[in-house]
Design a protein around this ligand. Structure first.
Ligand code: PLP
Length: 405
C-alpha cells in the first residue's frame, strides 16, 4: 500500500497529529464570531458583540508611520528581538508608568501579545511544571500553557469578590510542581482590576514559593476610574527579578492587525526567548514595528479619547443589562467586556448565546470557553447605538414567555 493511501480517511490525518495538539481546540471566542459573520453575510441584521478588538480605526499618525516605513524602504529583516528604538520605547513606557528601570535588552518585541505569552511559556516551562491560572480566564491561557508541556492549575475566583484572585485559594493551589503564577489585570473576560493589596498578597506567595510571575497587562491603559491599574512590579519591586510583563499595542492603540506585542523581564530570559523567536517567526513585521514606535512615543490623546468612549459604552451596557431581570452584570473596572451572569435564566452560557443569536440576532460569547458556564461575554467595542439596539432586542426576547423563546 502506498503511504499516501493511509490518509484516505480524514480521521487518519487526525491520528498522526502530534500529541501536543490533541486537546487543543479552536478559540471559543472565534466560533460564535464566525456564526455571526455567516448570518450577516446571509443578509441577517446581526448585532455582533463578540469582538475582542476595539472598533476604532488605528489613529492616523500611526498609520502614516507605517506608510512612511514602507516608503523609506524599512521593509527588510530587523534584529530578531525588534529594532533598538522600539525596545527602548517599550522599556521607557513601562518605566514611566510603573516606576521600574528596564533597559532595551530586557525587552523582546513579538508578533502580538499572544506570541509573547507563547514565547514566555516555551522558554520557562515544561512537562511536570504547573502554572496557576485564575478563572474566569482568557480562552488562550490554558492552551498556551499546555503547548509548553506544563499543566494549568485553575483557581476559581468569586463574583462576590469582584473576580479578583483570592490569595488563600492561590496558596492552596501551590504544589511542589508550581512554577508560574499567571496574573491578568485588567482581566479578559471579567474586566476585574486587581488592587494593590491583593497584588501584594499574591507577590508574597510568589516570593515564598519562588514562583515566576507572568503578568499580562495588555489592557493596562483601558481602566475606568476609580479603578486604577497597578502592576505587580510596582507593588512588589523585589519581584522584578522573577517577573515577566507582557503587553502590546493591539488594544491600547487599536492595532490588532499589526501584530506587535512585547515581553519585558530579566535579560537572560529575554535572551532565551529571542533565541526561540530566531528559529520561529524571526522579527515581527518591520513596518508594524515602526508604526508601534510612533504609537508609544507619539501624542497619547487618541488613547484618552478611546478610553472615555469605552467608559460611556460600558456604563450604558452594564446599567441596561442590570435593568433586564434576571440578568446581572457587575461593572468591569477595565478592558471592554461586560461579563453578564445568565444563571437566572436557568440555563448556561452556551444555550443562552445560541438562543440570543437565533431568536434576537445578538451574538455574544458563551462563558464555557473562559471556564465559567454561568456567564456570557458581551463586548462594548461597538457604538452606543448598537449597544442600545442589542439591549432592546434582549428586552423583547426576555418579555416572551419561556416556551416561546
Ligand atoms: N492577552 C489577553 C488577556 C487578551 O485578551 C488578548 C487578546 O484578546 C491577548 C493577550 C492577545 O493580544 P494580541 O492581539 O496582542 O496578540
Amino acid at each position: 500500500m502506498s503511504p499516501i493511501s493511509t490518509f484516505a480517511e480524514p480521521s487518519a490525518h487526525t491520528t498522526v497529529l502530534a500529541d501536543r495538539l490533541r486537546d487543543i481546540t479552536e478559540s471559543a471566542t472565534l466560533a460564535l464570531a464566525e456564526q455571526a459573520k455567516a448570518l450577516a453575510q446571509a443578509g441577517r441584521p446581526v448585532i455582533d458583540l463578540t469582538a475582542g478588538e476595539p472598533d476604532f480605526p488605528t489613529p492616523e499618525p500611526i498609520k502614516q508611520a507605517g506608510i512612511e516605513a514602507i516608503r523609506a524602504g524599512k521593509t527588510t529583516y530587523t534584529p530578531v528581538a525588534g529594532i533598538r528604538e522600539l525596545r527602548a520605547a517599550v522599556a521607557d513606557s513601562v518605566n514611566r508608568l510603573r516606576g521600574t528601570s528596564y533597559g532595551p535588552s530586557q525587552v523582546l518585541v513579538t508578533c502580538g501579545t499572544k506570541h509573547a505569552l507563547f514565547n514566555v511559556f516555551q522558554a520557562l516551562c515544561g512537562p511536570g511544571d504547573e502554572v496557576i491560572v485564575s478563572s474566569p480566564y482568557w480562552v488562550s491561557f490554558p492552551p498556551l500553557v499546555r503547548l509548553s508541556g506544563a499543566t494549568p492549575v485553575i483557581v476559581p475566583t468569586r463574583e462576590s469578590d469582584g473576580f479578583v484572585p483570592d490569595p488563600a485559594a492561590v496558596e492552596r493551589a501551590v504544589s511542589g510542581a508550581a512554577r508560574v503564577l499567571l496574573i491578568n489585570s485588567p482581566s479578559n473576560p471579567t474586566g476585574a482590576v486587581i488592587g494593590a493589596e491583593r497584588l501584594a498578597a499574591l507577590s508574597r506567595i510568589a516570593a515564598v514559593h519562588r514562583l515566576i510571575v507572568v503578568s499580562d497587562e495588555i489592557y493596562d491603559q483601558l481602566v475606568y476610574p476609580p479603578a486604577r491599574h497597578r502592576s505587580i512590579v510596582e507593588v512588589a519591586p523585589e519581584l522584578v527579578e522573577r517577573t515577566v510583563i507582557v503587553g502590546g499595542v493591539s488594544k491600547t492603540y487599536s492595532m490588532t492587525g499589526w501584530r506587535i506585542g512585547y515581553a519585558v523581564g530579566p535579560a537572560p530570559w529575554i535572551e532565551a526567548m529571542t533565541r526561540l523567536q530566531s528559529h520561529s517567526t524571526s522579527n515581527p513585521a518591520s513596518i508594524s514595528q515602526y508604526a508601534a514606535l510612533c504609537a508609544l512615543t507619539g501624542d497619547q490623546g487618541a488613547v484618552a479619547r478611546m478610553r472615555e468612549e469605552f467608559q460611556r459604552r460600558r456604563d450604558r451596557l452594564v446599567s441596561g443589562l442590570n435593568g433586564l431581570r434576571p440578568l446581572t452584570c457587575a461593572p468591569p473596572g477595565g478592558a471592554f467586556y461586560a461579563w453578564c451572569n445568565v444563571r437566572g435564566l436557568g440555563q448556561q452560557g452556551s444555550a443562552t448565546a445560541a438562543q440570543w443569536l437565533e431568536d434576537a440576532l445578538v451574538a455574544v460569547v458563551p462563558g464555557e470557553g473562559f471556564g465559567a458556564p454561568d456567564f456570557v461575554r458581551m463586548s462594548f467595542a461597538a457604538p452606543l447605538s448598537t449597544i442600545d439596539e442589542a439591549l432592546r432586542r434582549l428586552e423583547t426576547w426576555l418579555s416572551q414567555p419561556r416556551g416561546r423563546r
